[in-house]
Write a protein that binds this ligand. Sequence first.
Ligand SMILES: Cc1cc2nc3c(=O)[nH]c(=O)nc-3n(C[C@H](O)[C@H](O)[C@H](O)COP(=O)(O)OP(=O)(O)OC[C@H]3O[C@@H](n4cnc5c(N)ncnc54)[C@H](O)[C@@H]3O)c2cc1C
Length: 499
Amino acid sequence: MAGLTAALCLAERGLQPLVLEGDPAYFGGRLSEKPAAAFAYPENQPAEVFPAEHGIHGFWSQYRNLKGILARHDIRPKFVQANRQEWVHGTEKRVKRAELGRVVRRTWWPAPFHYGALWFRPSFWRMVGWRDWLSIPAVLGSLVVAVGIDPLAEYKKMEGLTLADFCKGWPPAIRAFVASLARSGLSAHPEDVPLSGFIAFLRFYSLLRRDSQGFEYLAGDSGRAVIDPMVDRIRELGGQVRADCRVSHLDRLSGDNGGWVVHLADGSLRTASSVILACDATGTRRIMLDSPDTRELAANFHWPRGMETIVVRLWFAGQPHPKAEAGILSGNFAADNFFWLHRFQDRFQEWHRRTGQSALEAHVYGPPELISEPDKVILEKVTADFGRIYPALKDKVIHRTIQRNSATHTLFAIGTLAEHLGIRTPWPGLFCCGDWVRHPSPALFLERACLTGIEAANAVLLTRGQSPFPLEQHTRPELLSRLVGAYVRMMRSSIRGSR
Ligand SMILES: Cc1cc2nc3c(=O)[nH]c(=O)nc-3n(C[C@H](O)[C@H](O)[C@H](O)COP(=O)(O)OP(=O)(O)OC[C@H]3O[C@@H](n4cnc5c(N)ncnc54)[C@H](O)[C@@H]3O)c2cc1C
């Protein structure tokens, strides 16, 4: 997303960018297409083919730059509004569930106190115990503190602190809920989630505005719905996009005009006056450490960890009738979240209408012991999860797939100003973009990738005397969030002053 956005902006201004994608077949990185699944059910019927992707993505209401650039190029895909999401908690004895998404989004309680609406829902009472009720002041206190800290704008690293520290002393049910939220949103377990990243995540997607939790699904698979149209548009505007071009390292050209030699893994090379590195953090780190000019400084930069993710798809004979089309899981489940594909993706909907069957995608984000299990074991565990959650579907699986995504997913963390790479690097003519790159905007994931892509293109445009593209601003926090935030910041500076 970051690289294609940068290329689209440059192509729009007539600069003829060249995109070198390392993957042998697919463009789009974590939003790319994957090999389709095909099976016949019953066996004597023709095979049904289903598109696949890196993983189902939500496009949140605050993704203004991403939706804006797609609309500007007339390639805005068909979206389906997300409606209900549930929290499902599993223990040895039973499975409990409560609807969350709409409750918090539609309540009259203003942000940042909108979670209070949950305490008036009988379904939520079943999820929590008496200790959770007693802990409300402590939980509220932590949330209020998070309203007054903006780790992205302040470059607050919060060294050594994790989400587990933030939740210390919280009762088990609330802790389980926050842990499953973090696993689903940040793809890691609380002991691994840097606190700075979690607070940034909470603020952008939920804490400061009720409507910031609203999101949409793509009606098609992400490769065909978003990536292919972006690639086509770049080519239409005179740019080039090439697959199977893995970059190994860079050499800086000497002389007044500067520029870079880009070395590919197959031994070929390209020269360019400006280079934008739009790889994931792990890929950028590898290139910089292997390049003589950048190696020394790069060794001391802050590099977020890359996480491996697993995506399991299950096709069922028959369908459950849950109100929610998606959910997050906590307790003793192997999977971390799920999406009923036949509720929003065109191809699955068409199949569901014709056959009455259903399909689900589940994501597994860890822990490492689980990820390292063989495929067969993970498939069995995830199948068992959904047999418990939807007993009517037990033993009704007609097909299943497992896909292991390489460890490129960003475990979002914030470095200090000096060590966290931004759009402009210490080297002339070399720029960075991606969902891990430093920028004071509150945006995360796809929106951050897009926004830093626009900014990287802007940096190149400025070197050529062209005007930059303006960024879309994200909606301001609700009034009460702004007041609470100002109060907490005042308290923080008076504490600092008195030291
Ligand atoms: C399972 C899953 C679910 C997700 N769900 C959501 C969601 O609901 N909403 C959301 O906003 N985000 C979601 N994300 C995150 C989102 O996908 C990413 O934030 C976003 O796609 C990052 O885009 P990017 O351009 O920064 O990086 P990437 O998509 O990782 O792109 C980096 C590109 O660089 C290429 N590359 C790397 N090294 C080299 C090299 N040496 N030479 C050439 N090319 C190279 C890679 O092949 C890749 O194409 C999800 C991620 C996963 C894994």
